[in-house]
Design a protein around this ligand. Structure first.
Ligand code: GLV
Ligand code: MN
Ligand code: MN
Length: 420
C-alpha cells in the first residue's frame, strides 16, 4: 500500500462510474416521466438499500446496520479509531429526484473505490453511510436515523413512530430486513462530510459551481387538526358555521403573510391540506394542515411559530372549531465547522472552481453530526433550483466538480487531526 499522502492530490474519481450508479439506483422506484418514489422503509427503499449494500460489499467494506437501520460501511485506516464519515440518504420524497441524498452516498462509495484502486493507505478509517428516513414524509421527524445515531432522538421514540399509513418505523424496519443489531450512539466520527445538490437557485443564479455550506437553517413542522361541524353549504348562515376548512385555509394564508412580513430568510409552506368529507356542497367538519416554517435565526423562527399558533388558536375559537396541534419536527439552526468550510473553499480554489459560502435551506443528516464532530457540506448547483420534484437535475460537469472538492477535503481530513 502507498502511504505517501502527497500522492493523494493527484487522485481523481471515476465520474462515469458515479453517474452509472446514480442512474442504476434511480431505476429503483422510478416514476414515469423521471424521478423516484423511494419513501423511507418502503419496498423500494429496501431494494435501494440492498443495491448500495451490495456495492459496499463489492468494495470489501466492513458493514454495520444499526438498530434504527442506518447502514455504515468502513474501510480500515492505519489507526484503529473512529472514521471520517461521508454520509447522506437514499430515501426520497414521493416526488423525488435522482440526486437528493443519493449523490452524497454514491460519492462516498466512489471516493473509497478511488482510494482502493490507488492502493492508498489513510491514517484514519473512511466510512460511507446512509441514514434512515432523512425525508420525513412518511414518518416524522426528518433526519430520523442520523438524529438517533447522534443521540438527539431516542431509539424508542423513533421505533414507535407511526407513519402516514399507520405502520410503525420499528415494524417496517423488521419487515424490510434492516432492524440491525449495532447499538446506536456508538460512534462519533473524526469528521463528517456530505456532498449534496443545493436544491435551491443561489449557485446557478450566481454562476457558481461549489457551495461551501456554512450551516443549516432552523426547521419547524407543525400539524394542525381542526374539528368543526358538517352542514349544508346552501342553507347554513355564515354566522352559524363551524367550518374546519375555513380555519385551515386561514392558517395557510397567515403562514404566507408571516413569511412576507418577516422577509429575509423566513419561508413558510403548507405541504398537506386535507378536508373531510371533501365534498363541494358540505361544510368541512375536519381539516388537517401542516406548516413548515424555516429561518436561519432561531429567535425569528420562534417569533414566526408564536404568531402562527396565536393566529390559529384565535381563528379556531372565533369559528367554534376545536384545534389540536402537534410539533412534528423542530430543529434549531446549526453552524458547520469553520475549518472544514475553509477547506472546501481552498479545495475549490485550487481546482479553479467558482465557489461561495451559503447556508442550506434544506435539512440534512450533516446537521445532526455538527454538534458532535467537525462537520461540513459541499453543494453543487441544481438546475433551475428545482428539487423534491421529478425534474431535479445536476449536470455531470457539476457532479465532477463536487466530487473533486470532496476528494480533496477528504484526503486532507483522512491524514489530519481535527478537534470540534
Ligand atoms: C428534507 O429534505 C427537508 O429539508 O425537508
Ligand atoms: Mn437530501
Ligand atoms: Mn430531500
Amino acid at each position: 500500500m502507498n502511504d505517501n499522502p502527497s500522492r493523494s492530490t493527484e487522485l481523481s474519481a471515476n465520474i462515469r462510474r458515479l453517474q452509472n450508479r446514480i442512474e442504476e439506483l434511480g431505476r429503483i422506484g422510478a416514476i414515469t416521466g423521471g424521478g423516484v418514489w423511494r419513501v423511507a422503509l418502503s419496498d423500494e427503499d429496501q431494494e435501494g438499500r440492498n443495491l448500495v449494500v451490495r456495492w459496499m460489499n463489492d468494495l470489501g467494506l466492513s458493514i454495520q446496520v444499526d438498530q434504527i437501520g442506518n447502514v455504515i460501511g468502513t474501510r480500515a485506516g492505519v489507526l484503529d479509531c473512529a472514521p471520517v464519515l461521508i454520509g447522506s440518504h437514499i430515501d426520497s420524497v414521493a416526488t423525488g429526484g435522482l440526486y437528493d441524498g443519493a449523490l452524497g452516498v454514491l460519492a462516498g462509495l466512489e471516493a473509497i473505490q478511488t482510494l482502493s484502486e490507488a492502493d492508498l493507505k489513510t491514517q484514519y478509517p473512511i466510512a460511507v453511510g446512509f441514514f434512515t428516513n432523512e425525508e420525513g414524509v412518511r414518518f416524522t421527524p426528518d433526519m430520523m436515523g442520523s438524529a438517533v445515531h447522534q443521540g438527539s432522538l431516542s431509539l424508542q421514540t423513533a421505533l414507535e413512530t407511526v407513519g402516514t399509513d399507520g405502520q410503525t418505523v420499528g415494524a417496517e424496519l423488521i419487515r424490510i430486513g434492516y432492524a440491525g443489531d449495532t447499538p446506536v450512539k456508538n460512534m462519533t466520527p473524526q469528521a463528517y462530510l456530505e456532498l449534496h445538490i443545493e436544491q435551491g437557485p443561489v449557485l446557478e443564479n450566481t454562476n457558481t459551481t461549489i457551495g461551501a455550506v456554512t450551516g443549516v437553517q432552523g426547521i419547524s413542522w407543525t400539524e394542525f387538526e381542526l374539528q368543526g361541524v358538517s352542514n349544508h353549504a346552501g342553507t347554513t348562515p355564515m354566522h352559524l358555521r363551524h367550518d374546519a376548512g375555513y380555519v385551515a385555509a386561514a392558517i395557510a394564508v397567515e403562514a404566507r403573510a408571516i413569511a412576507t412580513d418577516f422577509g429575509d430568510n423566513q419561508v413558510a409552506t403548507i405541504g398537506v391540506s386535507e378536508l373531510t368529507p371533501n365534498l363541494i356542497n358540505v361544510i368541512a367538519n375536519r381539516a388537517r394542515v401542516t406548516v413548515d416554517l424555516r429561518n436561519t435565526s432561531d429567535a425569528k423562527l420562534h417569533q414566526a411559530e408564536t404568531r402562527l399558533i396565536g393566529f390559529a388558536t384565535d381563528t379556531a375559537a372565533t369559528e367554534g372549531v376545536t384545534l389540536e396541534k402537534r410539533t412534528l419536527a423542530r430543529f434549531s439552526p446549526v453552524e458547520f465547522d469553520t475549518v472544514i468550510i475553509d477547506m472546501v473553499e481552498k479545495a475549490a480554489a485550487s481546482s479553479n472552481h467558482t465557489y461561495r459560502r451559503l447556508p442550506s435551506g434544506a435539512g440534512h443528516d450533516a446537521q445532526m453530526f455538527a454538534p458532535n464532530c467537525p462537520t461540513g457540506m459541499i453543494f453543487i448547483p441544481s438546475t433551475q433550483g428545482i428539487s423534491h420534484n421529478i425534474n431535479e437535475f445536476s449536470s455531470e460537469q457539476d457532479i465532477a466538480a463536487g466530487m473533486d472538492v470532496l476528494m480533496k477535503v477528504l484526503l486532507e481530513l483522512l491524514q489530519k487531526q481535527l478537534s470540534n
